[in-house]
Design a binder for this molecule. Sequence first.
Ligand code: ATP
Length: 235
Amino acid sequence: MTAQLHRLERATSTMDLLHQVAAEGAEPGTAVVAGEQSGGRGSRGRHWESPLGGLWLSVLYRPASAARVELMSLRVGLTVAAALAEIGEPAVRLKWPNDLLLDDRKLGGILCEARWQGDALAWMVVGVGLNVLNPVPDGAVRLAERHPGVTPEELLPGLLDRLRALDGGNAPLTAEELGRFAARDWLCGRRLTAPVAGVAEGIGEDGALLVRGSGGATTALRAGTVELADTAGRS
Ligand code: ATP
């Protein structure tokens, strides 16, 4: 059996649909793409605006174990950035743990949702939302601003191939991955106020965000979101 791509004109959420087909035994690599979503979501259940013209895609993974699943969001970010570099946009930055930025504005987001059977990881659905031609909320950006004529259809094959090639594996980030992340790390050098006060100093091989406090001690944040002291301010 090969992994399928389900294409829909509209969906409530590509995440929900893919969880449904995963529960029915779908192969890893199965994907759902929708022209628009009425109930797209970001992290912590926040609404994700997904009108016509964007790329709203979810891909199924069945990792062998739950170890380090939190690395997936970072690996997907690197993958999306690489796919965009291939179509001529090298300047995408990654904001730990799940945002894609262009010109300091939000170009897209990544959402990883795991489903469990008892203590075991049953599957993981990874969502990528990318603003391409669609109208965007304040503070966001769409790819067409820098690449007139780009379409979600044109981006889909390359991005999906790359995402399917990720195995959802649980190896620590390699030196090469850390290097690629560092080259796109939007938070690095920025001052944070929460969940700890300090300056972001990159990520570790376990994907944790490293924050150096004023006393010099480094805190490793494993998950969550950060608050910036000043969105324009660097230390
Ligand atoms: P933040 O963007 O404030 O750091 P976050 O990374 O936790 O928060 P997500 O949960 O990933 O954000 O995404 C939801 C938020 O993204 C929404 O609350 C809204 O502010 C914003 N948003 C919603 N739709 C879009 C979109 N199409 N493009 C860019 N931003 C969006």
